[in-house]
Design a protein around this ligand. Structure first.
Ligand SMILES: *Cc1c(COP(=O)(O)O)cnc(C)c1O
Length: 379
């Protein structure tokens, strides 16, 4: 189809002109946080495998053992024949870690939010989103058909006034936010949001993708007053998959009505076994789980940046071209720090995003901090 290809080419040309075209670059991971790319060995600050559990011998062994015994795939949706016992075991472990009564696994974190939000919200309801909430919270909110309103980043007072002013009569209301913001590394004020949510009978949803495993002894931003706690197994937990921790009736409803659960195949047994083994490591060794945040803090002190609140540290540079140039300069020095550009972040806030992980050598972090101090000043 000529018109189809022309459409795609024109779109790509516009992205290229704005320094916004993205490319897949083959990258192989080696020992620790080292990677190889274009024949060059680089220390990666762009990987969410914060604890290197994807390469942990016990995690790999668990995945292999479960795969040998049970096969590679689940074979069907869990409601048909894909409900392997390892999945219930993993759900129980996650519920315990998050202090919730129950848990429902999904194929990924993205699928969790795409299923969860429309299962609870619909036309005539109101969803409030933090302006920096992750793309999959937006996707789930839009899919639900509910009215979506946006509050300024971490602005609890604005969330409260929007709830009071915009809630449709008899409509349900939800507040959705990242627990740890994925491109900024700061934390949501969950206590204050819970106050507002409770005062307005709104349901609070927190996305803890970047908290589980690395904050608060591995519990992440787990919070007893947040009734909907979702997250992913593909970052600090080292594997793949998403989850929602909630009360028993909510989880039972998700199993009946979340379309990305009902109509999508269950997680492979090897993936579930790997996640269980990874949670074992996290729970057994809190000192290890604390390393990424400690390294991020040391970096921010050395680089003269605001103290890190999570293993994610942003350095906002403004235009996409500036972020790309800084990323290339660091790559020439042996560091992989991917530039983050719109639409992942708002226009004018392109940045370097440093993700700290347990096995990055401290002397390399110090060298990186010295380089970062010499980058052009922030706008
Ligand atoms: C990565 C991420 C997700 C998506 O998780 P996947 O399991 O990779 O699909 C969801 N929310 C946030 C905040 C994330 O950073």
């Amino acid at each position: 189809m000529r018109s189809l290809d022309q459409f795609a080419q024109a779109k790509l040309a516009r992205l290229e002109a704005g320094s916004l075209r993205r490319q897949l670059v083959e990258t192989t991971r080696g020992e620790g946080a080292w990677v190889e790319r274009n024949g060059q060995r680089l220390l990666s600050f762009s990987c969410n495998d914060y604890l290197n559990l994807s390469r942990h011998p016990a995690v790999i062994a668990a995945a292999l053992e479960a795969t040998r015994r049970h096969g590679v795939g689940a074979g069907a949706s869990r409601l048909i024949t894909g409900n392997h016992p390892l999945l219930a075991e993993l759900e129980a472990r996650l519920a315990r870690l998050k202090g919730s009564a129950a848990c429902c696994l999904f194929g990924s974190g993205y699928l969790a939010n795409a299923g969860l939000i429309p299962a609870l919200m619909g036309e005539g309801d109101l969803i409030l989103l933090d302006e920096l909430a992750h793309s999959c919270l937006w996707a789930g909110a839009r899919l639900s058909g509910a009215r979506v309103e946006v509050f300024r980043h971490n602005d609890v007072a604005q969330a409260a006034s929007l709830l009071a002013a915009r809630r449709p009569p008899r409509g349900r209301a939800m507040i959705a936010t990242d627990g740890v913001f994925s491109m900024d590394g700061d934390l949501a004020p969950l206590d204050a949001l819970a106050d507002v949510a409770e005062a307005h009978e709104a349901w609070l949803l927190s996305d803890d993708a970047h908290g589980i495993g690395v904050l608060n002894d591995g519990h992440g931003t787990a919070h007893p007053r947040v009734p909907l706690q979702m997250g992913t197994l593909s970052k600090a937990v080292g594997g793949y998959g998403g989850y929602v921790c909630a009360s028993a009736p909510v989880v039972e409803l998700l199993r009946n009505r979340a379309r990305s659960f009902v109509y999508s195949t269950g997680l492979p047994p090897g993936v579930a076994a790997a996640a269980i083994a990874a949670l074992d490591v996290i729970e057994r060794d809190p000192a290890y789980a604390a390393l990424p945040l400690a390294k991020a803090r040391a970096f921010t002190v050395a680089a003269g940046l605001p103290l890190a609140q999570s293993p994610i540290v942003p350095l906002v540079l403004g235009e996409a071209a500036a972020a790309l140039a800084a990323s290339r300069a660091l790559e020439a020095e042996g560091f992989l720090v991917t530039a983050i550009r719109p639409p992942t972040v708002p226009p004018g806030t392109a940045r370097l995003r440093f993700a700290f992980s347990a096995l990055q050598p401290d002397e390399e972090i110090a060298r990186l901090a010295a380089l970062v101090r010499r980058l052009p000043a922030q706008p």
